[in-house]
Design a protein around this ligand. Structure first.
Ligand code: NA7
Length: 892
């Protein structure tokens, strides 16, 4: 629909002569604003960019402090939308300086003639949605107000400097500067006594240069940060060659990568590498001087697991100790309070060595907090420092601040954004907010933004928004707005994603912790750039899922729903499986399926070390059976858990759930004995059930020989193994033992009925399909036997069974029979706890170190097993991390 038609509906206010009428108004002329303006123009929209600064540049316009540079390699920190532009500009250094980046942005503005639609020196005072005209009304402090159909915040993430929060700044007689608002003409620090407060990126970049200039520098540090040497200089040839070899592929790989820089996913896990191999990788990364490299390329668990991360942290701590001569200063500079990467790490040039200079003093504010700023300088609660200049490198009210601090934004029904976000940002995709039609944010909270190469994310966000505006216009709609359902779903997905990384474990500006009183929570999207891109595309592919579109004459379209209901890593796993385009497992034949599973298991991360792993034979119902035993590193004797693997009574063996057994052995501090029971179709019902029972009895009888604690054992099992564990408990009760202290049933088969809702809802698409379950049942058990409690324990007597912990997954055909078993056990007076795992699938918890979001579930399972065994719920940390002794030969 032509804009003119819509404009006839505008209110008087929007038609005032002093109001500039445009299709789209954008705030900010930095990386994002410039590109959006270019795209809007090409798409035929009228647009204006409102910019407070005197020229283009955004963050690079304001942050002119000494040493300011980007810390993503500049080859990657560039626009990619126009291959000609890519070729027309060559960066002079690996990490360009602020002036060079500013020149680049000026060059882009000139090349596409962007300045003519940018109103510089213009601050937006307020923005209000007008429902009647379906337009945003924007007032400014300079020139005409603006009425626009769509309003885009291209205000960056770090544009609102944080107030100093220290008493007495106004009393100071000397000069005061903020790194984020550095004077354009520069500052002469020669011969002066300078104080720098803050040791984030800005402090770490500027401190060495200020130290070289000033007579005396005193650095006031609240939290030490990790920094690694940038090794700046000419562009490294490895990346340059890669880029120049095939620019298109290079850029495309960046777009689908996790961080927006084309590095492969690391697959080796830290415990698979020797100390020497880990050190070699680390030294290489240290020498590379590249944050994305060191954050992603050492080992797969470094960013997702505290233990894997501690190894990197320790190696960096060693580097700091080696550079800083005074051990006390080195200790003060060494971070211990956050995992490496959870707080923004920095790139430096001579940062740590600067503290060896005689004119530099470090004040550790953790030991002596600042009391006040006086006329002459800074007073801590121990001493006073007289200074001529104070530099605040104290950071920003990040992400939400960059939007809320600009001006009051009022949405539908007069609702202020500040009140909607009072408890933390609520967005859909980090791009839109329910109740704020036609308002878009570029790199807003909820998008990958600051956890990615901003250049790549900005282009993706901007392309998505402008493409939507085009599609909206083409379809004759005038507004689009996120629904509450979609937004709530995104908020939940954000929370799920935040369990993927260690960012939640640090108090940082990523979480709002740097601003007193600010709501806390991980604000950027931690699920990765590529996955985020695919989600945004999926929203479109699924008919603008989660958006309400409106047009003239009451035209309306709303395809409501949540875009991601799976856990983020489950989504990736299922996506990868779908891409493999495998034939259904049930068409492979039993041996073919076993071969497939063996191959498949070879690709998974090796399980973690435990104290000892042994193998042996035990007595089954009809002959010997193999078993695998996992013993904790802590001194025994330990309680024993008899474990039954999954595989539909057809697949798997005593070592097919090896990573799970290792993980649970470590978490519980108990022996796990995984039983190689007989399989169908060679051995049909009741072979597996009877083997399960016989094995449990044998293990209980031989507990002491196995190094276990005599007395009751515990049983656990996954899937068909959960079925065997449940059946074993019933048989043990009915056949006079052994005594079982508790049962852990993980996605168990409990019944032969296939008509529960989960069998229908999750029939396909989640790896374990209904068809596969039919096949398993057919191979194992003839229809006439299926109601026997030895295969359908739900149909057995449930009274008098050991306490149970039952785990079910939302996207699993077996979900409802697991829940039914838990409910019936409870009715029969058995103590039962349930874990209904949201967003998980049948294999989530056994895919150890792949489905990272399964960790909290396994923690709960381990706690339950320990409770059942009469142990304190949590192991002491010392015993959990005890170094494993030599792995011995077979236990028996
Ligand atoms: P950052 O990274 O937020 O760093 C700010 C620093 O200032 C940090 O060390 C803070 O300590 C410190 N700070 C903040 N407030 C105070 C007060 N009141 N007293 C003492 N110290 C304080 O901002 P930057 O400008 O360095 O970098 C921002 C981003 O730009 C960076 O991460 C890159 O993405 C580029 P804290 O750690 O909060 O204890």
């Amino acid at each position: 629909m032509p804009e003119a038609m819509v404009e006839t509906r505008a209110t008087d206010a929007t038609r005032s002569v002093s109001t500039q009428q445009v299709d789209v108004a954008v705030v900010g002329a930095g990386f994002a604003g410039l590109y959006i303006l270019h795209r809007l123009r090409k798409a035929g929209f009228s647009a204006v960019v409102l910019e407070e600064a005197g020229d283009v540049g955004g963050t690079w316009y304001w942050n002119r402090y000494p040493g300011a540079r980007c810390d993503i390699q500049t080859i990657d920190y560039s626009y990619t939308f126009d291959p000609e532009l890519d070729k027309a500009w060559t960066w002079s250094e690996k990490y360009a300086t602020q002036p060079e980046i500013l020149r680049y942005l000026g060059f882009v503005a000139d090349r596409y003639d962007l300045r003519r639609d940018i109103r510089f020196g213009t601050k937006v005072k307020q923005a209000t949605w007008d429902d009647a005209s379906e337009r945003w009304l924007i007032s400014t402090d300079n020139g005409a107000n603006v009425s626009c159909r769509h309003y885009i915040m291209a205000t960056g993430c770090l544009s609102a400097p944080k107030p100093p929060e220290i008493d007495g700044v106004k009393d100071f007689k000397g000069e005061v500067y903020f790194t984020g608002r550095w004077p354009h003409e520069g500052v002469n620090l020669k011969g002066k006594r300078v104080a720098v407060i803050g040791t984030g990126s800005s402090g770490i970049q500027s401190i060495p240069l200020i130290a070289a200039d000033a007579a005396q520098l005193t650095v006031f540090q609240r939290t030490p940060n990790f920094a690694l040497p940038a090794g700046n200089g000419p562009q490294p040839t490895d990346r340059k060659t890669l880029f120049e070899g095939d620019r298109t592929t290079y850029r495309e790989q960046a777009r689908w990568s996790m961080a927006g820089v084309p590095y492969p996913q690391q697959t080796a896990v830290s415990w698979q590498l020797s100390d020497a191999e880990r050190r070699e990788r680390f030294e290489k990364a240290w020498a590379a001087g590249d944050l994305v490299h060191i954050l992603t390329q050492l080992w797969a668990d470094q960013a997702v697991d505290v233990d894997g991360n501690t190894i990197v942290g320790d190696l960096i701590r060693e580097k700091i100790r080696n550079v800083v001569k005074d051990p006390e200063i080195a200790a003060a500079l060494t971070p211990h309070d956050h995992p490496f990467g959870a707080k923004r790490p920095c790139l430096d040039t001579n940062y740590y060595a600067t503290y060896n200079r005689p004119n530099v003093t470090l004040v550790n504010l953790r030991q002596e907090p600042i009391k006040e700023i006086t006329a002459d300088g800074i007073t801590t609660d121990r001493r006073s420092f007289d200074v001529d200049v104070i530099v605040f490198a104290t950071g920003f009210d990040a992400m939400t601040g960059a939007i809320l601090a600009v001006h009051p934004i009022t949405g539908r029904g007069g609702k202020p954004l500040s009140s909607v976000w009072a408890g933390g940002p609520q967005t859909y995709l980090g791009l839109t907010v329910a109740g704020f039609p036609n308002l878009f944010m570029i790199t807003g909270p909820g998008s990958p933004s600051v956890l990615s190469n901003m250049a790549v994310s900005i282009e993706q966000h901007a392309d998505w928004v402008v493409d939507r505006l085009i599609a909206l216009r083409d379809a004759g709609f005038t507004s689009m707005e996120a629904t509450e359902t979609a937004q709530a779903g995104w908020t939940r997905h954000m929370a799920d994603c935040s369990m993927l990384t260690l960012h939640r474990l640090a108090n940082t500006w990523y979480t709002g912790a740097n601003v007193p009183g600010k709501a806390q929570g991980v604000m950027p999207y931690t699920g990765g750039v590529g996955p985020y891109r695919s989600i945004c595309n999926e929203v479109v592919g699924r008919g603008m899922l989660g958006f309400k579109l409106k047009g003239p004459g009451g035209a309306e379209q709303c395809n409501d729903g949540e875009i991601v209901r799976l856990q983020p890593d489950v989504r990736l796993v299922l996506g990868m499986l779908a891409e493999m385009n495998l034939p259904p497992i049930e068409t492979m034949g039993a041996q073919g399926a076993r071969d497939f599973l063996n191959e498949f298991n070879k690709g998974r991360p090796a399980g973690r070390p435990v104290g000892e792993v042994g193998e042996g034979m035990l007595q089954g119902a009809d002959g010997p059976l193999p078993y695998k035993l996992y013993r904790p590193a802590t001194p025994g004797p330990h309680p024993i858990v008899v474990y039954f693997h999954g595989g539909g009574w057809v697949l798997g063996d005593q070592q097919s759930d090896d990573p799970f057994c290792r993980d649970m052995c470590r978490r519980t501090g108990m022996i796990f004995v995984s039983v190689g029971y007989r399989h169908a179709p060679d051995y049909r019902f009741p072979a597996a059930a009877e083997d399960g029972y016989a094995a449990t009895r044998w293990i209980a009888e031989h507990a002491a020989d196995l190094g276990g604690k005599p007395g009751p054992v515990l049983v656990a099992g996954w899937s068909a193994g959960g079925n065997i564990a449940a059946v074993t408990c019933q048989l043990a009760r009915d056949r006079g033992g052994p005594e079982i202290a508790g049962q852990l049933l993980l996605s168990p088969v409990t019944d032969c009925s296939f008509d529960r809702p989960s069998y229908i809802e999750n029939a396909t698409g989640y790896f374990l399909t209904r068809g596969l379950m039919f096949w398993f049942w057919d191979l194992y058990c003839s229809p006439a036997d299926r109601t026997d409690p030895r295969v359908s324990p739900l149909r057995g007597k449930l009274e008098g069974l050991p306490p149970a912990f039952i785990v079910t997954s939302e996207f699993d055909p077996l979900r409802d029979e697991g829940i039914a078993y838990a409910e019936e056990l409870a009715k029969a007076g058995v103590p039962v706890e349930q874990l209904k795992a949201q967003g998980h699938f049948h294999s989530s918890f056994v895919m150890v170190d792949v489905v990272i979001t399964g960790v909290p579930g396994r923690v709960k399972m381990a706690e339950a097993l320990r409770r059942f065994a009469g142990l304190p719920t949590q192991q002491s940390d010392a015993s959990r991390h005890a170094p494993p002794p030599e792995v011995n030969a077979a236990a028996s």
